[in-house]
Design a protein around this ligand. Structure first.
Ligand SMILES: [Zn+2]
Length: 273
């Protein structure tokens, strides 16, 4: 069947309305003190749930079949998403994360039992030794390990790739060399150009394509841009030197490979997971 995939969302923050126009990544989304995380700690489950339901309906309306959600809030956060998905035909690929920035083997096991893998903020937010333990645990369980990389500033790509990630998000402040290393490693990258633009960043999508990186497209934080992958694709076509064929591959054929890479992710069959 034809699939349409939004490869990077955080629909848990859809309930947040931003009261000013200019934010840095650090101020808004970096854990643990970014505004988003403060708001999510204060919010009731009902508020988060209602926001998620709205985001899910936006995705349904634009024909999305699958979305990869970076689900904050540990086991509890995943449970809210599952509740929000009740009655929806969308397939959520759930990438959970520990409540705190540290490795706890029991917590990771509990998260992996009810999700498709782990999706983390970035190596810069974590103690690298702790992060290595998380990545090794996830890889051993053959689940997905995804992480934001070089979003607002350049991070050490070799340290990131040593974690054996299945998917990187952004690479919007990476160097050309970094992009070539990622292409050689065969790790797909999900780009979110509207979210980057919100923070005044322009990802070098043209070079990513030139290097031969398998690119996916996502809408990132729902509080920044509605999770409408068709709008994201139109934005991409308007602002980057990308053909319609390349853009379509980013929401169909390329993510299909990720969905098929033995990550226990079933194809769309109308069932919620
Ligand atoms: Zn993100």
């Amino acid at each position: 069947m034809e699939i349409i995939v939004n490869s990077h969302t955080h629909i848990g923050d859809a309930f947040i309305t931003l009261d000013k126009k200019t934010w840095t990544v650090e101020e808004l989304v970096a854990p643990p003190h970014g505004l988003k995380h403060e708001m999510m700690r204060k919010a009731s489950e009902k508020e988060i749930l209602e926001g998620m339901k709205k985001a899910i309906s936006v995705m349904e309306k634009c024909g999305t079949t699958h979305f990869f959600d970076f689900r904050e809030g540990g086991v509890g956060g995943i449970k809210i998403l599952k509740k929000a998905m009740e009655g929806s035909k969308l397939n959520a690929v759930i990438l959970g994360r520990p409540v705190e920035l540290r490795y706890d083997s029991k917590e990771i096991n509990e998260i992996l039992k009810i999700s498709d893998g782990i999706g983390l903020s970035s190596i810069s937010d974590w103690d690298y030794e702790e992060l290595k333990k998380v990545a090794a645990h996830v890889n051993k369980k053959k689940k997905m390990f995804a992480i934001h990389a070089s979003e607002a500033f350049r991070e050490d790509i070799n340290a990131i790739l040593d974690l054996k990630p299945s998917l990187l998000i952004h690479m919007s402040s990476a160097s050309r060399d970094d992009l070539e290393i990622v292409a050689d490693a065969g790790v797909p990258v999900a780009v979110c150009p509207r979210s980057n633009a919100f923070f005044g960043i322009r990802p070098d999508i043209e070079s990513m394509l030139e290097c031969g990186i398998s690119l996916l497209l996502g809408t990132d934080n729902a509080m920044i841009a509605p999770p409408d992958i068709m709008q994201e694709m139109e934005y991409l076509l308007k602002n980057f030197d990308v053909s319609r064929e390349q853009a379509l591959a980013m929401i169909t054929a390329n993510p299909r490979k990720c969905l098929n890479v033995g990550l226990h992710i079933q194809q769309s069959d109308g069932k919620n997971r």
